[in-house]
Design a protein around this ligand. Structure first.
Ligand code: ME8
Length: 509
């Protein structure tokens, strides 16, 4: 089986998780589940980023020791993964001993390669972004300077180790040129290229003014810059520096999912570090867009942070999973509203898909004694439904391989809507009396369609589509994409269906 390695950002533990964190990991989860269904040997990694000034300050503000604080907050990200149904194979924390070892090994390799040197840093730093900014990048408001992200900046002056980032601009551009898939979507790729063309400065990669970090080998007054530490997690998790480790087969990663806010770190710093260390580069970095809440930026100070657990409580897990990937083109910014979520649940899930299943399966109970009718030769009308059903896995795969999750779902709903118009045209409820043989054939074809739909939707809505496949009598072991080629035996007993999605009242907003 071919290895396939998928990562999410590791999230800062300065605060508890919100919908943005759930979103990135959800996309990674759907891809991981889909690739497993295709027969890949998948490693899906998420975790927490626990060092740096921002986290140290959050611990101080909470009146806790940093280690106790990060232990507690990291757990809330594990809890989120469980609540969201994420199928991650690993969960990495940057405070683990294995990660210290990986960071120090990478540092030593960079030093031996002549990629780093000792100097003095003087410039602007934004703790909230854990990022350095050039003076020309800053914006001024009320006599105060801010990073482009809006984060306050402070003037920093301290001894520092530097990475020779300036030496890598041309080689990065050549890599992007030779690998057009490396950064997605294309608009983001252009931003990265423009940034490199504006000239890369060497990067300060150690700090001496605080100590909550990985110590620099042979220079313990320094801790590593939190981004060098954080990016290395992707290597730690597969066993680096032991290149003979069993999991090292997963390197290089097939895809790093990130938000657009941290693309620069992943598409410039990370490949430059790896090239300097002579390690293979990840194959793709996908930077998705930004969620706002009812039109407003999501922020703690505005008090409008969306808690995924509260949404799951109110709407159910799978409607939340479906909504996040259906509502917005993956890559674009999007606006979250409860009304839109409720609307999708009621119309797409309860009406379109839910009713198709409920109508078809209850007719099998009523008109076929709860047994799967026999397979028969297809008429021309049957091809109108079953050809698109058969083509669906390929069409969905094509969209998912571009991380166009919204398009994958559109392709599925085209077939859901087709199913509903087909059932209306065939009228199986009246065939029992007029043409029972045809009636049974129609029910069998509806069952084939439902099985195909539920199977391709499993990665998006594992719980409810698992239920639908239970109701369709499909054994757990026959839920892969390849299994769709093998029909269920005629006469398979089917349990009476129960509705899978429940409608909600739409809120005013
Ligand atoms: O940046 N909309 O961690 P972080 C969409 N530790 N996605 C959002 C979002 C929003 N409003 N808010 C957050 C860090 N995200 C570093 C990463 S990786 C080696 C180190 C998501 O806790 C999005 O994926 O600030 C974004 O990139 C990430 O959370 C930032 O998480």
């Amino acid at each position: 089986m071919r290895p396939f390695y998928i990562t999410t950002p590791i999230y800062y533990v300065n605060d508890k998780p919100h919908i943005g964190h759930a979103y990135t990991s959800l996309a990674a989860d759907v891809l991981a589940r889909w690739k497993r269904m295709q027969g890949f040997d998948v490693f899906f990694l998420t975790g927490t980023d626990e060092h740096g000034q921002k986290v140290e300050k959050a611990a101080q503000d909470a009146g806790e020791e940093p280690q106790a604080f990060v232990d507690r907050v990291s757990q809330t990200f594990r809890d989120l993964a469980l609540a969201m149904g994420f199928s991650n194979d690993g969960f990495i924390r940057t405070t683990e001993p294995r990660h210290y070892a990986a960071c120090q090994a990478l540092w030593t390799r960079l030093r031996e390669a002549g990629a780093i040197y000792e100097g003095h840093y003087e410039g602007w730093y934004a703790v909230r972004d854990e990022a350095y900014y050039g003076p020309d990048e800053l914006v001024e408001r009320d006599g105060q300077k801010f990073a482009p992200s809006g984060a306050p900046v402070e003037w920093v002056r301290e001894p520092s180790w530097f990475f020779r980032l300036s030496a890598w601009g041309e080689r990065l551009l050549a890599h992007f040129d030779a690998n057009p898939e490396f950064i997605a979507p294309p608009s983001r790729r252009n931003e990265v290229i423009a940034f490199i063309k504006s000239g890369l400065q060497d990067l300060s990669i150690s700090r001496t003014s605080f100590s909550w970090g990985v110590p620099v080998p042979n220079d313990p007054a320094h801790v590593m810059y939190v981004w060098l530490d954080a990016l290395t997690n992707y290597l730690t998790a597969v066993g680096y520096p032991d290149e003979n480790a069993q999991d090292y087969r997963f390197w290089p990663a097939d895809i790093h999912f990130v938000g657009k806010d941290i693309l620069r770190f992943h598409a410039i710093y990370w490949p430059a570090f790896l090239m300097a260390a002579e390690l293979p580069l990840p194959k793709r970095i996908f930077a998705h867009g930004w969620w706002t809440n009812e039109g407003q930026k999501i922020s703690k100070s505005l008090g409008n942070v969306i808690d995924p657990l509260a949404l799951i409580e109110d709407y159910g897990l799978d409607p939340v999973r479906y909504f996040l990937l259906r509502e917005v083109s993956f890559g674009q910014d999007g606006d979250f509203s409860r009304r839109a979520l409720g609307g999708r649940l009621n119309s797409d899930l309860a009406n379109d898909l839910g009713n198709l299943a409920q109508r078809s399966l209850s007719l099998i109970q009523r008109n076929a004694e709860g047994k799967l009718p026999a397979l028969v030769a297809l008429t021309e009308a049957d091809h109108l439904l079953l050809d698109p059903v058969a083509a669906l896995p390929g069409r969905v795969a094509e969209a998912i391989d571009r991380q166009a999750f919204h398009e994958a779902l559109e392709r599925v709903w085209e077939v859901v809507r087709l199913g509903n118009s087909w059932i209306d045209a065939q009228k199986p409820w009246s065939l029992k009396k007029t043409d029972p043989v045809r009636g049974e054939a129609v029910l069998r074809h509806l069952h084939t369609a439902l099985r195909g739909l539920a199977t391709v939707l499993l990665p998006f809505m594992p719980g409810s589509m698992g239920m639908m496949l239970d109701q369709c009598g499909v054994p757990e072991a026959a839920r892969g994409l390849a299994d769709l080629a093998t029909p269920l035996p005629d006469g398979t007993p089917l349990a009476p269906p129960t509705p899978i999605f429940r409608k909600v009242e739409l809120t005013a907003a």
